[in-house]
Design a protein around this ligand. Structure first.
Ligand SMILES: Cc1cc2nc3c(=O)[nH]c(=O)nc-3n(C[C@H](O)[C@H](O)[C@H](O)COP(=O)(O)OP(=O)(O)OC[C@H]3O[C@@H](n4cnc5c(N)ncnc54)[C@H](O)[C@@H]3O)c2cc1C
Length: 412
Protein backbone atom coordinates (compact mmCIF):
# COMPACT_ATOMS: atom_id res chain seq x y z
CA UNK A 1 0.00 0.00 0.00
CA UNK A 2 1.47 3.40 -0.97
CA UNK A 3 1.07 6.33 1.39
CA UNK A 4 0.87 8.86 -1.43
CA UNK A 5 -2.60 10.22 -2.14
CA UNK A 6 -3.40 11.06 -5.76
CA UNK A 7 -5.88 13.73 -6.78
CA UNK A 8 -7.44 11.26 -9.16
CA UNK A 9 -7.00 7.61 -10.00
CA UNK A 10 -8.20 6.65 -13.46
CA UNK A 11 -9.06 2.96 -13.81
CA UNK A 12 -8.60 1.79 -17.40
CA UNK A 13 -6.13 3.10 -19.98
CA UNK A 14 -8.29 2.86 -23.10
CA UNK A 15 -9.45 5.87 -25.13
CA UNK A 16 -11.54 7.42 -22.35
CA UNK A 17 -9.09 6.69 -19.50
CA UNK A 18 -6.04 8.04 -21.33
CA UNK A 19 -7.95 11.19 -22.28
CA UNK A 20 -9.28 11.69 -18.74
CA UNK A 21 -5.75 11.33 -17.33
CA UNK A 22 -4.25 13.78 -19.84
CA UNK A 23 -6.88 16.47 -19.23
CA UNK A 24 -6.74 16.05 -15.46
CA UNK A 25 -2.93 16.33 -15.51
CA UNK A 26 -3.19 19.35 -17.82
CA UNK A 27 -5.16 20.95 -14.96
CA UNK A 28 -2.12 20.29 -12.71
CA UNK A 29 -3.70 17.40 -10.84
CA UNK A 30 -1.67 14.42 -9.56
CA UNK A 31 -2.96 11.57 -11.69
CA UNK A 32 -2.45 7.81 -11.54
CA UNK A 33 -3.61 5.84 -14.59
CA UNK A 34 -4.01 2.09 -14.01
CA UNK A 35 -4.58 -0.69 -16.51
CA UNK A 36 -4.90 -4.43 -16.06
CA UNK A 37 -3.03 -5.20 -19.28
CA UNK A 38 0.69 -4.90 -19.90
CA UNK A 39 0.15 -2.37 -22.68
CA UNK A 40 -2.26 0.53 -22.80
CA UNK A 41 -4.76 1.42 -25.55
CA UNK A 42 -5.09 -2.07 -27.10
CA UNK A 43 -8.54 -1.36 -28.51
CA UNK A 44 -7.35 1.80 -30.21
CA UNK A 45 -4.79 -0.26 -32.12
CA UNK A 46 -7.36 -2.66 -33.59
CA UNK A 47 -9.98 0.01 -34.25
CA UNK A 48 -11.20 1.03 -37.70
CA UNK A 49 -9.57 -2.02 -39.27
CA UNK A 50 -6.21 -0.87 -37.87
CA UNK A 51 -6.74 2.68 -39.16
CA UNK A 52 -8.71 4.10 -36.17
CA UNK A 53 -11.66 6.24 -37.14
CA UNK A 54 -10.91 8.92 -34.53
CA UNK A 55 -14.08 10.97 -34.87
CA UNK A 56 -16.69 12.30 -37.29
CA UNK A 57 -17.27 15.75 -38.79
CA UNK A 58 -20.94 15.88 -37.70
CA UNK A 59 -21.73 14.45 -34.29
CA UNK A 60 -25.08 14.82 -32.55
CA UNK A 61 -26.96 12.82 -29.94
CA UNK A 62 -28.97 11.27 -32.81
CA UNK A 63 -25.91 9.19 -33.67
CA UNK A 64 -26.17 7.32 -30.36
CA UNK A 65 -28.48 5.18 -28.26
CA UNK A 66 -28.62 5.94 -24.55
CA UNK A 67 -30.97 6.11 -21.59
CA UNK A 68 -30.71 9.90 -21.30
CA UNK A 69 -30.38 12.05 -24.46
CA UNK A 70 -30.04 15.26 -22.40
CA UNK A 71 -26.90 14.03 -20.66
CA UNK A 72 -25.57 12.77 -23.97
CA UNK A 73 -26.15 16.18 -25.62
CA UNK A 74 -24.53 18.08 -22.73
CA UNK A 75 -21.43 15.93 -22.77
CA UNK A 76 -21.01 15.98 -26.56
CA UNK A 77 -21.18 19.79 -26.41
CA UNK A 78 -18.54 19.91 -23.68
CA UNK A 79 -15.90 18.70 -26.11
CA UNK A 80 -16.96 18.60 -29.75
CA UNK A 81 -15.45 16.60 -32.58
CA UNK A 82 -13.81 19.81 -33.89
CA UNK A 83 -12.14 20.22 -30.49
CA UNK A 84 -11.02 16.59 -30.55
CA UNK A 85 -9.45 17.14 -33.97
CA UNK A 86 -7.66 20.27 -32.68
CA UNK A 87 -6.42 18.33 -29.65
CA UNK A 88 -4.96 15.55 -31.77
CA UNK A 89 -3.42 18.03 -34.23
CA UNK A 90 -1.67 19.72 -31.29
CA UNK A 91 -0.42 16.27 -30.29
CA UNK A 92 1.16 15.98 -33.74
CA UNK A 93 -1.46 13.90 -35.58
CA UNK A 94 -2.43 14.72 -39.16
CA UNK A 95 -5.84 13.72 -40.49
CA UNK A 96 -7.65 12.78 -43.65
CA UNK A 97 -11.41 13.28 -43.79
CA UNK A 98 -13.38 10.87 -45.92
CA UNK A 99 -16.32 12.03 -48.03
CA UNK A 100 -18.81 10.72 -45.47
CA UNK A 101 -17.19 12.80 -42.70
CA UNK A 102 -15.04 10.16 -40.99
CA UNK A 103 -11.66 11.30 -39.64
CA UNK A 104 -8.71 8.93 -39.93
CA UNK A 105 -5.03 9.56 -39.22
CA UNK A 106 -3.22 10.52 -42.43
CA UNK A 107 -0.66 7.78 -41.72
CA UNK A 108 -3.45 5.19 -42.14
CA UNK A 109 -2.24 3.60 -38.90
CA UNK A 110 -4.00 3.48 -35.53
CA UNK A 111 -0.55 3.26 -33.96
CA UNK A 112 0.01 6.97 -34.67
CA UNK A 113 -3.17 7.83 -32.73
CA UNK A 114 -1.96 5.87 -29.72
CA UNK A 115 1.53 7.37 -30.09
CA UNK A 116 0.01 10.87 -30.03
CA UNK A 117 -1.84 10.00 -26.82
CA UNK A 118 1.14 8.36 -25.10
CA UNK A 119 3.27 11.36 -26.10
CA UNK A 120 0.77 13.58 -24.31
CA UNK A 121 0.72 11.29 -21.25
CA UNK A 122 4.50 11.69 -20.95
CA UNK A 123 4.39 15.41 -21.57
CA UNK A 124 1.75 16.46 -19.03
CA UNK A 125 2.88 14.06 -17.16
CA UNK A 126 0.75 11.18 -15.90
CA UNK A 127 1.96 8.26 -13.77
CA UNK A 128 0.96 5.10 -15.63
CA UNK A 129 0.99 1.65 -14.06
CA UNK A 130 0.22 -1.35 -16.26
CA UNK A 131 -0.45 -4.94 -15.17
CA UNK A 132 -2.63 -3.53 -12.37
CA UNK A 133 -6.04 -5.22 -12.38
CA UNK A 134 -8.31 -3.39 -9.99
CA UNK A 135 -10.54 -5.78 -8.08
CA UNK A 136 -11.81 -3.67 -5.20
CA UNK A 137 -12.69 -0.01 -4.70
CA UNK A 138 -13.81 1.43 -1.37
CA UNK A 139 -14.41 4.88 0.06
CA UNK A 140 -13.52 5.55 3.71
CA UNK A 141 -15.46 8.80 3.97
CA UNK A 142 -12.52 10.88 2.74
CA UNK A 143 -10.47 8.91 0.24
CA UNK A 144 -10.94 6.15 -2.32
CA UNK A 145 -8.83 3.03 -1.86
CA UNK A 146 -8.18 1.21 -5.13
CA UNK A 147 -6.87 -2.33 -4.67
CA UNK A 148 -5.71 -5.33 -6.65
CA UNK A 149 -3.26 -8.16 -6.28
CA UNK A 150 -0.24 -6.70 -4.45
CA UNK A 151 -1.23 -3.06 -4.69
CA UNK A 152 -3.38 -0.41 -3.04
CA UNK A 153 -3.55 3.29 -3.93
CA UNK A 154 -5.41 6.22 -2.35
CA UNK A 155 -7.06 9.10 -4.20
CA UNK A 156 -9.40 11.99 -3.60
CA UNK A 157 -11.46 11.26 -6.70
CA UNK A 158 -11.90 8.27 -8.96
CA UNK A 159 -12.66 7.94 -12.68
CA UNK A 160 -13.92 4.56 -13.86
CA UNK A 161 -13.00 4.17 -17.55
CA UNK A 162 -13.02 0.39 -17.83
CA UNK A 163 -15.06 0.06 -21.05
CA UNK A 164 -17.78 -2.53 -21.62
CA UNK A 165 -17.62 -6.23 -22.47
CA UNK A 166 -16.62 -6.10 -26.12
CA UNK A 167 -13.42 -7.70 -27.39
CA UNK A 168 -12.51 -8.95 -23.89
CA UNK A 169 -8.97 -9.76 -25.06
CA UNK A 170 -8.35 -5.98 -25.07
CA UNK A 171 -8.93 -5.93 -21.31
CA UNK A 172 -12.57 -4.83 -21.08
CA UNK A 173 -14.34 -7.54 -19.13
CA UNK A 174 -17.12 -5.63 -17.42
CA UNK A 175 -15.16 -4.90 -14.21
CA UNK A 176 -16.45 -1.30 -14.19
CA UNK A 177 -20.04 -2.48 -13.84
CA UNK A 178 -19.13 -4.28 -10.62
CA UNK A 179 -17.41 -1.19 -9.23
CA UNK A 180 -20.45 0.95 -10.12
CA UNK A 181 -22.82 -1.65 -8.72
CA UNK A 182 -20.80 -1.68 -5.49
CA UNK A 183 -21.63 2.01 -5.05
CA UNK A 184 -25.33 1.36 -5.69
CA UNK A 185 -25.53 2.21 -9.40
CA UNK A 186 -28.09 0.59 -11.66
CA UNK A 187 -26.60 -1.20 -14.66
CA UNK A 188 -28.77 -1.06 -17.77
CA UNK A 189 -28.75 -4.62 -19.22
CA UNK A 190 -25.91 -4.95 -21.72
CA UNK A 191 -25.87 -6.36 -25.25
CA UNK A 192 -23.18 -6.79 -27.90
CA UNK A 193 -23.76 -4.31 -30.74
CA UNK A 194 -21.95 -3.32 -33.93
CA UNK A 195 -21.57 -7.04 -34.41
CA UNK A 196 -21.72 -9.37 -37.42
CA UNK A 197 -24.95 -11.36 -37.86
CA UNK A 198 -25.19 -15.09 -38.51
CA UNK A 199 -27.31 -17.14 -40.90
CA UNK A 200 -27.87 -20.83 -41.53
CA UNK A 201 -28.63 -20.26 -45.20
CA UNK A 202 -25.87 -22.15 -47.10
CA UNK A 203 -26.45 -20.13 -50.29
CA UNK A 204 -25.46 -16.87 -48.60
CA UNK A 205 -22.60 -18.51 -46.70
CA UNK A 206 -21.19 -19.79 -50.00
CA UNK A 207 -20.76 -16.18 -51.09
CA UNK A 208 -18.13 -15.67 -48.36
CA UNK A 209 -15.69 -12.93 -49.37
CA UNK A 210 -18.07 -10.99 -51.64
CA UNK A 211 -18.61 -7.33 -50.70
CA UNK A 212 -21.39 -5.20 -52.16
CA UNK A 213 -22.78 -1.73 -51.59
CA UNK A 214 -26.14 -2.08 -49.86
CA UNK A 215 -29.03 -0.35 -48.16
CA UNK A 216 -30.45 -2.41 -45.29
CA UNK A 217 -33.79 -1.94 -43.62
CA UNK A 218 -34.86 -3.37 -40.31
CA UNK A 219 -38.57 -4.17 -39.87
CA UNK A 220 -40.44 -5.02 -36.68
CA UNK A 221 -44.17 -5.43 -36.08
CA UNK A 222 -44.66 -5.02 -39.84
CA UNK A 223 -43.13 -1.52 -39.84
CA UNK A 224 -39.81 -0.23 -41.12
CA UNK A 225 -37.85 0.91 -38.07
CA UNK A 226 -34.48 1.99 -39.38
CA UNK A 227 -32.17 1.78 -42.40
CA UNK A 228 -28.42 1.70 -42.85
CA UNK A 229 -26.21 2.10 -45.88
CA UNK A 230 -22.73 0.98 -46.74
CA UNK A 231 -20.67 -2.04 -47.63
CA UNK A 232 -22.18 -5.47 -47.05
CA UNK A 233 -19.85 -8.43 -46.64
CA UNK A 234 -20.84 -12.10 -47.04
CA UNK A 235 -18.85 -14.32 -44.67
CA UNK A 236 -18.61 -18.04 -43.90
CA UNK A 237 -20.93 -17.51 -40.89
CA UNK A 238 -23.29 -14.88 -42.29
CA UNK A 239 -23.14 -11.16 -42.83
CA UNK A 240 -20.75 -8.39 -41.86
CA UNK A 241 -19.48 -5.02 -43.11
CA UNK A 242 -20.42 -1.52 -41.92
CA UNK A 243 -24.08 -1.64 -43.06
CA UNK A 244 -24.65 -4.87 -41.13
CA UNK A 245 -22.76 -3.78 -38.00
CA UNK A 246 -24.72 -0.54 -37.90
CA UNK A 247 -28.11 -2.24 -38.03
CA UNK A 248 -27.09 -5.14 -35.75
CA UNK A 249 -28.20 -3.20 -32.65
CA UNK A 250 -31.83 -3.39 -33.77
CA UNK A 251 -31.57 -7.10 -34.39
CA UNK A 252 -29.84 -7.90 -31.10
CA UNK A 253 -32.25 -5.77 -29.03
CA UNK A 254 -35.46 -6.75 -30.90
CA UNK A 255 -38.23 -8.64 -29.16
CA UNK A 256 -38.97 -11.97 -30.84
CA UNK A 257 -42.73 -11.21 -30.76
CA UNK A 258 -42.15 -8.19 -33.00
CA UNK A 259 -41.15 -10.63 -35.77
CA UNK A 260 -38.00 -8.73 -36.78
CA UNK A 261 -36.96 -8.85 -40.41
CA UNK A 262 -33.89 -7.64 -42.26
CA UNK A 263 -34.23 -6.69 -45.92
CA UNK A 264 -31.32 -5.77 -48.20
CA UNK A 265 -31.27 -3.63 -51.29
CA UNK A 266 -28.24 -4.86 -53.23
CA UNK A 267 -28.52 -2.27 -55.98
CA UNK A 268 -29.11 0.83 -53.83
CA UNK A 269 -27.92 3.25 -56.50
CA UNK A 270 -30.30 1.87 -59.10
CA UNK A 271 -34.01 2.53 -58.72
CA UNK A 272 -36.40 -0.31 -59.65
CA UNK A 273 -37.61 1.74 -62.62
CA UNK A 274 -34.11 2.14 -63.98
CA UNK A 275 -33.33 -1.57 -63.70
CA UNK A 276 -36.63 -2.41 -65.40
CA UNK A 277 -35.79 -0.11 -68.34
CA UNK A 278 -32.37 -1.72 -68.62
CA UNK A 279 -33.97 -5.17 -68.69
CA UNK A 280 -36.45 -4.09 -71.40
CA UNK A 281 -33.81 -2.36 -73.55
CA UNK A 282 -31.39 -5.29 -73.25
CA UNK A 283 -34.16 -7.78 -74.14
CA UNK A 284 -34.90 -5.71 -77.25
CA UNK A 285 -31.25 -5.23 -78.32
CA UNK A 286 -29.74 -8.57 -77.16
CA UNK A 287 -32.65 -11.03 -76.88
CA UNK A 288 -30.36 -14.07 -76.82
CA UNK A 289 -28.21 -12.77 -73.98
CA UNK A 290 -28.66 -14.80 -70.79
CA UNK A 291 -30.28 -13.20 -67.76
CA UNK A 292 -27.21 -14.28 -65.81
CA UNK A 293 -24.87 -12.39 -68.15
CA UNK A 294 -27.09 -9.31 -68.10
CA UNK A 295 -27.10 -9.18 -64.27
CA UNK A 296 -23.40 -10.05 -63.97
CA UNK A 297 -22.59 -6.72 -65.61
CA UNK A 298 -24.07 -5.07 -62.50
CA UNK A 299 -23.32 -7.55 -59.71
CA UNK A 300 -20.68 -10.21 -58.86
CA UNK A 301 -21.27 -13.40 -60.86
CA UNK A 302 -21.43 -15.69 -57.82
CA UNK A 303 -24.03 -13.43 -56.25
CA UNK A 304 -26.10 -13.49 -59.44
CA UNK A 305 -26.00 -17.30 -59.36
CA UNK A 306 -27.57 -17.32 -55.88
CA UNK A 307 -30.05 -14.63 -56.83
CA UNK A 308 -31.30 -16.64 -59.79
CA UNK A 309 -31.52 -19.78 -57.66
CA UNK A 310 -33.53 -17.96 -55.01
CA UNK A 311 -35.91 -16.39 -57.53
CA UNK A 312 -36.35 -19.70 -59.35
CA UNK A 313 -34.93 -18.44 -62.67
CA UNK A 314 -32.75 -20.74 -64.77
CA UNK A 315 -29.21 -19.40 -65.30
CA UNK A 316 -29.31 -20.08 -69.07
CA UNK A 317 -32.64 -18.43 -69.61
CA UNK A 318 -32.33 -15.67 -72.22
CA UNK A 319 -33.66 -12.17 -71.82
CA UNK A 320 -36.25 -12.94 -74.51
CA UNK A 321 -37.47 -15.97 -72.56
CA UNK A 322 -37.80 -14.10 -69.27
CA UNK A 323 -41.47 -13.56 -68.48
CA UNK A 324 -42.55 -10.14 -67.25
CA UNK A 325 -43.63 -11.50 -63.86
CA UNK A 326 -40.27 -13.25 -63.39
CA UNK A 327 -38.42 -10.07 -64.30
CA UNK A 328 -40.49 -8.13 -61.77
CA UNK A 329 -39.81 -10.77 -59.11
CA UNK A 330 -36.04 -10.54 -59.71
CA UNK A 331 -36.15 -6.72 -59.48
CA UNK A 332 -38.19 -6.84 -56.30
CA UNK A 333 -35.94 -9.50 -54.76
CA UNK A 334 -32.81 -7.47 -55.50
CA UNK A 335 -34.22 -4.36 -53.87
CA UNK A 336 -36.00 -6.12 -50.97
CA UNK A 337 -33.94 -9.23 -50.40
CA UNK A 338 -35.03 -11.02 -47.17
CA UNK A 339 -32.03 -12.18 -45.14
CA UNK A 340 -32.50 -15.06 -42.75
CA UNK A 341 -30.74 -14.15 -39.51
CA UNK A 342 -30.09 -16.75 -36.82
CA UNK A 343 -28.18 -14.61 -34.33
CA UNK A 344 -25.20 -12.35 -33.71
CA UNK A 345 -21.56 -13.10 -32.97
CA UNK A 346 -21.58 -11.73 -29.41
CA UNK A 347 -19.10 -9.74 -27.33
CA UNK A 348 -16.07 -11.51 -28.80
CA UNK A 349 -16.70 -9.80 -32.13
CA UNK A 350 -18.93 -6.86 -31.16
CA UNK A 351 -17.21 -3.50 -31.54
CA UNK A 352 -19.30 -1.94 -28.78
CA UNK A 353 -21.40 -2.84 -25.73
CA UNK A 354 -24.88 -1.35 -25.44
CA UNK A 355 -26.18 -0.69 -21.93
CA UNK A 356 -23.98 -0.09 -18.89
CA UNK A 357 -23.95 2.37 -16.01
CA UNK A 358 -27.33 4.14 -16.04
CA UNK A 359 -26.97 7.79 -17.10
CA UNK A 360 -29.76 8.71 -14.71
CA UNK A 361 -27.46 7.82 -11.83
CA UNK A 362 -24.83 10.40 -12.83
CA UNK A 363 -24.83 14.19 -13.05
CA UNK A 364 -25.94 15.27 -16.54
CA UNK A 365 -23.04 17.73 -16.97
CA UNK A 366 -20.14 16.21 -15.03
CA UNK A 367 -20.85 12.45 -15.06
CA UNK A 368 -20.21 12.42 -11.31
CA UNK A 369 -22.06 9.70 -9.44
CA UNK A 370 -25.24 10.92 -7.74
CA UNK A 371 -24.65 8.23 -5.11
CA UNK A 372 -20.97 8.68 -4.29
CA UNK A 373 -19.43 12.17 -4.51
CA UNK A 374 -16.00 12.13 -6.15
CA UNK A 375 -16.76 9.05 -8.26
CA UNK A 376 -16.95 9.62 -12.04
CA UNK A 377 -17.52 7.48 -15.15
CA UNK A 378 -16.38 8.02 -18.75
CA UNK A 379 -16.48 6.09 -22.03
CA UNK A 380 -18.19 2.86 -22.93
CA UNK A 381 -18.79 1.77 -19.32
CA UNK A 382 -21.75 4.19 -19.43
CA UNK A 383 -25.06 3.39 -21.10
CA UNK A 384 -24.16 5.03 -24.44
CA UNK A 385 -23.37 3.40 -27.77
CA UNK A 386 -22.85 5.09 -31.11
CA UNK A 387 -23.17 4.03 -34.69
CA UNK A 388 -20.22 3.29 -36.96
CA UNK A 389 -18.21 6.33 -38.07
CA UNK A 390 -16.00 7.54 -35.20
CA UNK A 391 -18.93 8.23 -32.85
CA UNK A 392 -17.84 5.82 -30.13
CA UNK A 393 -14.40 7.36 -29.86
CA UNK A 394 -15.99 10.81 -29.84
CA UNK A 395 -18.09 9.72 -26.87
CA UNK A 396 -14.90 8.51 -25.17
CA UNK A 397 -13.12 11.87 -25.81
CA UNK A 398 -16.09 14.06 -24.83
CA UNK A 399 -17.01 12.16 -21.68
CA UNK A 400 -13.34 12.02 -20.61
CA UNK A 401 -12.83 15.77 -20.96
CA UNK A 402 -16.13 16.46 -19.14
CA UNK A 403 -14.98 14.26 -16.24
CA UNK A 404 -11.45 15.71 -16.10
CA UNK A 405 -12.77 19.28 -16.09
CA UNK A 406 -15.32 18.45 -13.39
CA UNK A 407 -12.66 16.85 -11.20
CA UNK A 408 -10.34 19.85 -11.68
CA UNK A 409 -13.19 22.16 -10.66
CA UNK A 410 -14.05 20.05 -7.64
CA UNK A 411 -10.48 19.95 -6.37
CA UNK A 412 -9.46 23.40 -7.61
C1 LIG B 1 -12.56 -4.01 -33.42
C2 LIG B 1 -13.05 -2.64 -32.96
C3 LIG B 1 -12.98 -1.58 -33.85
C4 LIG B 1 -13.46 -0.32 -33.43
N1 LIG B 1 -13.32 0.73 -34.29
C5 LIG B 1 -13.75 1.95 -33.91
C6 LIG B 1 -13.53 3.10 -34.73
O1 LIG B 1 -12.82 3.04 -35.75
N2 LIG B 1 -14.06 4.28 -34.32
C7 LIG B 1 -14.78 4.40 -33.16
O2 LIG B 1 -15.25 5.50 -32.85
N3 LIG B 1 -14.94 3.36 -32.33
C8 LIG B 1 -14.43 2.15 -32.67
N4 LIG B 1 -14.58 1.09 -31.82
C9 LIG B 1 -15.21 1.33 -30.50
C10 LIG B 1 -14.18 2.02 -29.59
O3 LIG B 1 -12.93 1.38 -29.74
C11 LIG B 1 -14.63 1.96 -28.12
O4 LIG B 1 -15.92 2.48 -27.99
C12 LIG B 1 -13.67 2.75 -27.23
O5 LIG B 1 -12.36 2.25 -27.37
C13 LIG B 1 -14.11 2.65 -25.78
O6 LIG B 1 -13.12 3.26 -25.00
P1 LIG B 1 -13.12 3.06 -23.42
O7 LIG B 1 -11.90 3.78 -22.95
O8 LIG B 1 -14.40 3.43 -22.84
O9 LIG B 1 -12.95 1.49 -23.19
P2 LIG B 1 -11.79 0.49 -23.66
O10 LIG B 1 -11.11 0.98 -24.86
O11 LIG B 1 -12.41 -0.85 -23.71
O12 LIG B 1 -10.72 0.56 -22.48
C14 LIG B 1 -10.96 0.02 -21.21
C15 LIG B 1 -9.63 -0.19 -20.52
O13 LIG B 1 -9.87 -0.51 -19.17
C16 LIG B 1 -8.98 -1.53 -18.77
N5 LIG B 1 -9.59 -2.23 -17.64
C17 LIG B 1 -10.77 -2.89 -17.64
N6 LIG B 1 -11.01 -3.41 -16.42
C18 LIG B 1 -9.96 -3.05 -15.63
C19 LIG B 1 -9.62 -3.29 -14.27
N7 LIG B 1 -10.41 -4.01 -13.46
N8 LIG B 1 -8.46 -2.78 -13.80
C20 LIG B 1 -7.63 -2.06 -14.58
N9 LIG B 1 -7.90 -1.81 -15.89
C21 LIG B 1 -9.05 -2.30 -16.40
C22 LIG B 1 -8.82 -2.38 -20.02
O14 LIG B 1 -7.63 -3.14 -19.99
C23 LIG B 1 -8.83 -1.35 -21.13
O15 LIG B 1 -7.53 -0.89 -21.43
C24 LIG B 1 -14.06 -0.15 -32.16
C25 LIG B 1 -14.10 -1.23 -31.29
C26 LIG B 1 -13.58 -2.46 -31.66
C27 LIG B 1 -13.61 -3.60 -30.68
Amino acid sequence: MTEKTYDVIVIGAGASGIMTAIWAAKASLQVLLLDSRDKIGSKILISGGGRCNVTHRDVTEKDYASGNPRTLRNILRTFSSAQAVDFFREAGLEFVTEEDGKYFPKSGSARTVLDALTGMLEKVPVTVETGRKVVRVTFDGKLFLVEGSGFGFFSRTLAVCTGGLSYPETGSDGAGYLIAFGFGHRIVPTAPVLTPLTTDDPDWKNLSGIALPSRLSFWAGGKKVVASEGNFLFTHFGFSGPAVLDISRCWVCAEAEAKPELLADFLPEEEGEHLREDFINAARDYPRRSVERFLSAKLPERFVGVLLKKTGASPDMTLAQLRKEDREYIIRYLHHCPLKITGALGYEKAEVTAGGVDLNGVDSKTLESKLQPGLYFAGEVLDVDGRIGGFNFQWAWSSAVAVARAIAKRLG
